[in-house]
Design a protein around this ligand. Structure first.
Ligand code: AMP
Ligand code: GLY
Length: 425
């Protein structure tokens, strides 16, 4: 029997906790900091996910067997190295391998070096060189800050003036701080965007089901980008043929390249891909589970989640395979009015108890907290409602029916999650 710690407090972490809670081999779950939903299945503790010493003492004090990290910041800052130094079991890549997400320049240079499909581009350390380059490049182009910028460091520029402004903001005004010391200017890729995740133990690779995120705040992919307003899995644009191509041309070569560079990648690798008319190309890698994608993928997983997590650490991934449920899962994110800008907190959430607790709808919490016996909003993205269906249409209907039963002041969601998959039918 294992005790597991999940680091994080979003919908992604709730779906991981929910799944781990079903494992016959999990005795107790701890979460840091958790949220109003996670605390029903886990003991939530108020420790900063970046306080590695604090987390390690919790793990040692409680005899926790396995730690799973939700978001990139602790991974990029080296939580895995710190835990391993202390002999503690933790799922995820070490600091050197986490640069795949932590540095876009590291990622791009690796892809270019090993000839793995991605957009063409150039790296600039000097503002003036970048400004000179956009005098002659094709548009649209994409200007990317090298480091972590809370998902905001990528600017798509239609004209030279926009590119100049992006360069001034990132390299001159340093709106993302040191993350903008270096930029990449990249060709704009056209196509449909998908997320392909795979477990890896450093050598072997086991794919998860594909998924598609919806990053923009408004229907039809309009408005500013958010952390993700909804997702579904599997994504029909990823046919069996494309999935095989992604594994053969992208995921496996990256895992091999990382091993060759002396920075073996263990954990879950998330490839953000553009399916172009010349095949899948890498937009970015994340070194963790996606959010909200995980809220759609995990309910389809039949296999005990503990199995692949442990196999990645033990180097035994070659011995396991994952079993999946048939059908589609679709997650709609309920957000607070104003998100991704300013929003209010503390609004009472109603209607959750009445939702049938059957096998068709799961409500994963993100920005929620329990206060004086009621559940209130505590963030921009509040809940992820995942509905299951035999088809994308059924999953959409089931999910939005449930969404209609949940209320809080200022609740907002996109009404068109799944539209691309629906249009394919
Ligand atoms: P990233 O953080 O690199 O995934 O970029 C954020 C978003 O910007 C992606 O999800 C894409 O929608 C978009 N994006 C990034 N790079 C490109 C590109 N080369 N061409 C078109 N869109 C891109
Ligand atoms: N869904 C986007 C992300 O997890 O980064």
């Amino acid at each position: 029997m294992s005790k597991v710690l999940v680091v994080g407090g979003g919908g992604r972490e709730h779906s991981l906790v929910w799944k781990l809670h079903q494992s016959r081999d999990v005795e107790k779950i701890y979460a840091v900091p958790g949220n109003g939903g996670i605390c029903e299945a886990a003991e939530c503790l108020d420790i900063d996910p970046m306080d590695f010493e604090g987390l390690a003492s919790l793990v040692q004090g409680q005899g926790i067997d396995l730690t799973v990290v939700g978001s990139e910041a602790p991974l990029v800052a080296g939580i895995v190295d710190e835990f391993e130094k202390k002999g503690l079991r933790i799922f995820g890549p070490g600091k050197a391998a986490a640069r795949l997400e932590g540095s876009k320049v590291f990622c791009k240079e690796l892809l270019w070096k090993y000839d793995i499909p991605t957009g063409r581009g150039e790296v600039f350390e000097e503002r003036q060189d970048a400004l000179d380059f956009v005098k002659g490049c094709d548009f649209p182009c994409v200007v990317k800050a090298d480091g972590l910028a809370a998902g905001k460091g990528v600017i798509i520029c239609r004209y030279r003036e926009e590119a100049r402004e992006a360069i001034e903001n990132i390299m001159g005004r340093r709106i993302f701080g040191d993350a903008g010391r270096t930029v990449i200017i990249e060709e704009f890729l056209e196509g449909e965007e998908v997320s392909c995740l795979a477990f890896s133990d450093g050598e072997e690779v086991v794919p998860l089901l594909s998924a598609q995120d919806h990053k923009a705040i408004f229907d039809g992919d309009k408005g500013p980008n958010t952390g993700g307003m909804g997702a579904y899995s599997p994504a029909p644009v990823v046919t069996a043929e494309i999935e095989a191509e992604v594994m053969r041309e992208i995921i496996l070569p990256v895992i091999k390249a990382m091993a060759e560079e002396g920075t073996k990648y263990r954990g879950v690798l998330y490839a953000g891909l553009m399916i172009t008319d010349k095949g899948p190309k890498v937009l970015e890698f994340n070194v963790r589970f996606g959010d909200p994608e995980t809220q759609a993928i995990i309910p389809l997983l039949k296999t005990d989640l503990l199995l692949p997590l442990n196999a990645c650490i033990d180097g035994t991934l070659g011995e396991i395979s994952l079993e999946w449920n048939e059908g589609t899962a679709l997650c709609v994110v309920l957000a607070s009015r104003g998100y991704p800008g300013r929003y209010e907190r503390g609004k009472e959430i109603r209607g959750l108890e009445e939702l049938s607790s059957g096998k068709e709808v799961y409500v994963f919490h993100a920005g929620t907290v329990r206060r004086d016996g009621s559940l209130v909003t505590n963030g921009g993205r509040v809940l992820g409602v995942t509905g299951m269906g035999n088809s994308i249409k059924e999953a959409i209907d089931t999910t939005y029916r449930a969404v209609g039963e949940i209320q809080f002041d200022g609740v907002y969601c996109r009404r068109d999650i799944g539209f691309r998959a629906l249009n394919r039918n």
